[in-house]
Design a binder for this molecule. Structure first.
Ligand SMILES: [Mn+2]
Length: 419
């Protein structure tokens, strides 16, 4: 993997305009209460370029006036005392070994090295500092990158601060064979755990217990990392898209909608399945289920490079529109939007909602996206979503989730194998 990280850094340095610095930070766990922290989760762009997943590290890539590049990692010093409490910090040779960055320096020298570069570049013409300045929402807390951006704008007015997050998103969008391998591992462990959960279902089971059955089956495989908090929603609760209460009993005759996924080396699986808690679909449930399944089949069959996310969603909406009357859902002027109110795909990778794709984003070979149509009829206590993860290739989509039970017959067969 070391070679991969090195190539990614080199590619990024080819794309940015010199003389410049690119600075990325691994991040820090926020404090939770008193002396406790939230679990640490590494900055995904930092991880993508280094393979390192420790707190308080910084990566600096430099391109000088003549176009020569150099790289350095800044890490906290190894601490024998801390090692006895929480395990040792990484030693420089270890960090260098994983990332392939040869120069590893103490973190306290980071600020000085940024200063030296900017000071040297005074008067040579435009000099740039590239930082990850992505913010999801207004008022979001400043990251070390935002703080550094403010400082540079204040103290080095001749330097131009640029946001590098878009370039990294474009790179991360296209998966390498090594990344796909990790995504396949995430699919595999998720598949095993999902079937274990389905076999654990019985009328009256609490959603929480099903969530636990999934988690237990993951941990049995040595996996603890989830792509996102599991959704386990019985009956009408399935109509709440991001329901995570997971604490109600599922009654006999109801469907359970689950949306969950493990992560393998931070690469995510994102799967939804809907199954009858008692093991057998009613005719009406089957009718709705098969409509969603057909919508998914159409999306997976037709997805190919050049299409947009909006095109994919259009396929689902057109198909549903043609079925609404037959399903008895057109009464009272109701439309598809009353029963289907999310979109069918998002990109997937190191993050569950991997990149800032919008409806106009175009599919390219090497992208991994979800295919997840749903239909939600709360007045009938029915919510169905079927979600697989697909790889876009020149020849069309490859379903990475092919092994999961998908049809009514396959799902009933898994349920029938309960002990
Ligand atoms: Mn999804």
């Amino acid at each position: 993997m070391k070679e991969q990280y090195r190539l990614r850094r080199e590619r990024l340095m080819e794309e940015v305009q010199g003389p410049c610095l690119v600075c990325l930070f691994s991040g820090q766990a926020p404090m939770r209460s008193l002396d406790e922290e939230y679990p640490f989760s590494v900055d995904r762009n930092f991880y993508y370029l280094t393979g390192l997943e420790r707190e308080n590290m910084a990566l600096v890539l430099e391109k000088d006036v003549s176009g020569r590049t150099s790289q350095a990692l800044y890490i906290e010093p190894y601490d024998e005392y801390l090692a006895k409490w929480v395990g040792g910090r990484m030693r420089p040779e270890e960090a260098g070994g994983i990332s392939g960055v040869e120069t590893v320096l103490p973190l306290e020298r980071h600020s000085g090295s940024v200063h030296r570069f900017l000071d040297r570049s005074r008067g040579v013409g435009p000099v740039r500092v590239y930082l990850d300045l992505w913010r999801y929402k207004e008022g979001q807390a400043d990251t070390p990158a935002h703080k550094l951006a403010d400082r540079i704008r204040r103290e080095y007015p001749y330097a131009v601060v640029e946001d590098v997050s878009g370039r990294l998103a474009a790179m991360r969008c296209i998966k390498s064979p090594e990344e796909l391998h990790r995504m396949e591992k995430a699919q595999k462990v998720t598949h095993i755990a999902l079937e274990a959960m389905m076999r654990h279902a019985y009328p009256g089971v609490n959603e929480r217990e099903l969530e636990g059955a999934f988690d237990f089956a993951l941990m049995k495989q040595g996996v603890r990392e989830h792509a996102f908090p599991s959704i386990v929603a019985g009956g009408a609760r399935a109509a709440t898209l991001h329901y995570t209460g997971n604490d109600q009993p599922v009654r006999d005759g109801e469907l359970v909608l689950v949306d969950l996924g493990a992560a393998w080396d931070h690469y995510c699986a994102d799967i939804s399945r809907t199954f009858p808690v008692n093991g057998t679909f009613t005719p009406r449930q089957k009718e709705i289920y098969n409509t969603v399944l057909e919508a998914q089949r159409i999306v997976i069959d037709r997805a190919r490079p050049g299409m947009t996310f909006r095109d994919l969603n259009g396929l689902v909406k057109d198909y549903y529109a043609s079925r609404l009357e037959d399903l008895g859902l057109a009464a009272g002027g109701k439309t598809v939007d009353d029963y289907y109110y999310h979109s069918v795909s998002h990109s997937l990778g190191l993050d569950t909602h991997d990149l800032r794709t919008d409806r106009q984003s175009v599919l390219s070979p090497g992208m991994v996206i979800t295919a997840e149509p749903g239909l939600y009829i709360p007045e009938e206590g029915i919510g169905v979503r079927i979600e697989d993860d697909i790889l876009i290739t020149e020849a069309g989509a490859v379903n990475l989730s092919l092994a999961f039970p998908r049809t009514v017959e396959e799902i009933e067969a898994v349920m029938a194998s309960r002990g």
